[in-house]
Design a protein around this ligand. Sequence first.
Ligand code: ZN
Length: 288
Amino acid sequence: MAWMDGKSMLLHAYKHRYGVGAFSAQNAEMVKGIIEAAEEEQAPVMIQIGQKAITHLGLEPLKEMVVQYAQGATVPIAIHLDHSRSYTQTMRAIQLGFQSVMFDGSSRSFEENVRITRLVAEAGHALGIGVEGEIGKIGGVEDDIDVSESEATITTTEEALAFSEQTGIDYIAVSIGTAHGLYTKEPNLRIARLKEIVASIDKPVVLHGGSGVPDAQVKEAIASGVAKINVDTELRQAVSQAMQARWTKEPNNLVLADVLQDGIEAMKHVVKHKIRTFGSDRKSSFML
Ligand SMILES: [Zn+2]
């Protein structure tokens, strides 16, 4: 078993300027496929459990599913709780043995966000778990969270620094021009702002809405201090499109396991491409 806490994993990536893929899984096949792809690339990896999956399958079964498929894995793995808006749920994940959690208080006032995120960070630190917080509103739709384009705001360096210092979080999600979901036009990352934030807080930055951002921009962001890149939409897109293609050819194929496997093979290509783009391929042996 190769569990690694999120903080150690991301500090290594931050220091050596590569990015760890945080891949969202919604079912057992996705969990298995992400781990296989990471092993084939010898890459450290985070498996993200998001709110939609939790609503459907439950926090504990999802966590157990990852544990089962990670058995015998030879790469560092961290289970990460994505976008929790509940203190109770975040604590429950810590209790269940997640290696990394995100409390997302970005829809609350700055003071409330700081207050709750700090409580999570204190618990995480006591137990050696990595804690992520978010400051600034990232646009788009993710699970049940919908932030319109006009509501999305670019994080200022001042608020990032104040938030980082007052909460004590290990890594920080900021809004620098990405959005959750599918892009309607090509995103334009605010690299100058990212550099300013990293120079001021000196902590790994998390890039949300990583699906559909051109590789060159992602690489620039990683060179500037992004150490965790969330990938969700592109994985579900790969799975769904491959399954649709199979059913278009064979509308009566009811062997769900086979059709799902097409989806997972397509997803694995995406995961492996991301790992190489992020530069985390062949990094596992340096960490363990
Ligand atoms: Zn996100």
